[in-house]
Design a protein around this ligand. Structure first.
Ligand code: SPM
Length: 290
């Protein structure tokens, strides 16, 4: 089995200098796809226990077994925090998982989807059909280009912007800069809100502090939510949220029964609970004025 380098005796390990000394490992049975695109190394594995797994530059982006937790929360927390989200932008998330979840909302009328790497979309459509199933929805316009540049050109366009980035190494790095957050704010309609991939407070308290510090400096309402994702190193990941109006920590409206019946992770109770952080994480944010 050839690969991006982190295979030993049939086990893939996610080894990364950003989380030195710790790695998630999955037993893999077959490498289904492996190619370097213009932007990154893309690998797609069949795992023993977690279905198929998408890996970019050696970092796990999703497994079929637990992708629902991240994708549901990245989409439904912001969309259900907004009273009437009609215009939505997704930056990143070329696998289509967040898009699939947004499409479940009948009240959303227009979705711009901006991903830098066409190859990630192609591979996901080919190998992850249950995830990359939303691209043909008539409400969706796909833009294959740099998300930071796309956002910079928008002014007052969106009710909700969701940034499903990889980690701040490689092509995702620019999506963690303060200027990008300023551009996100500028791209919102009055009363709009953003949700961005917010890293992990066990492994990266410095990143969480930085992202929440920027969010706090720009938005009158801000909050950090927590999601359990067993196959991300550290076992969880956060969402940084900033709002120009709606409160974030509870749903703004009832969850339609049809929507709830399709979900496995999100519920109104989980929405509220996601913002309750362990004492040390709360303290990190408070001590830094966040
Ligand atoms: N649609 C799936 C894309 C996933 N985007 C987030 C990936 C983050 C992976 N690394 C998490 C490591 C936690 N330190």
């Amino acid at each position: 089995m050839t690969n991006s380098g982190n295979i030993h005796k049939g086990w893939f390990s996610e080894i990364c200098p950003m989380w030195e000394g710790i790695a998630v490992s999955l037993k893999v049975e077959k490498l289904l796809y492996s190619k370097k695109s213009r932007f990154q190394q893309i690998d797609l594995y069949q795992t023993r226990s977690h279905g198929r797994m998408l890996v970019l530059d050696g970092i796990i982006q999703l497994t079929e077994q637990d992708e629902f937790s991240y994708h549901e929360m990245m989409a439904h927390l912001p969309l259900l925090s907004h009273p009437n989200p009609e215009h939505v932008l997704v930056v990143g998330g070329g696998d289509g998982g967040v898009l699939r979840e947004i499409n479940r909302h009948d009240d959303v009328r227009f979705i711009d989807f901006c991903e830098i790497d066409q190859e990630v979309v192609n591979v996901s459509k080919q190998f992850l059909p249950s995830i990359a199933c939303g691209f043909n929805d008539p409400r969706v316009t796909v833009h294959i280009r740099d998300g930071a540049a796309f956002v910079r050109e928008c002014s007052g366009c969106y009710d909700v912007i969701i940034v499903d980035s990889s980690d701040p190494v490689g092509p995702g790095e620019i999506l963690f800069k303060s200027q990008f957050y300023r551009d996100l704010k500028h791209a919102l309609k009055p009363g709009g809100l953003i949700a961005t991939q917010g890293e992990n407070f066990f492994l990266h308290p410095d990143w969480v502090e930085k992202l929440m510090g920027v969010t706090r400096s720009l938005f009158p309402i801000y909050a950090y939510a927590n999601i359990i994702v067993p196959t991300y190193t550290g076992g969880h990941i956060g969402i940084c949220m900033g709002s120009l109006g709606p409160k974030l920590t509870a749903p703004a409206r009832p969850v339609p029964q049809m929507l709830q019946s399709q979900l496995k992770y999100y519920s109104p109770e989980v929405h509220r609970a996601a913002f309750v952080l362990p004492y040390f994480a709360e303290k990190i944010l408070k001590d830094k004025g966040v």
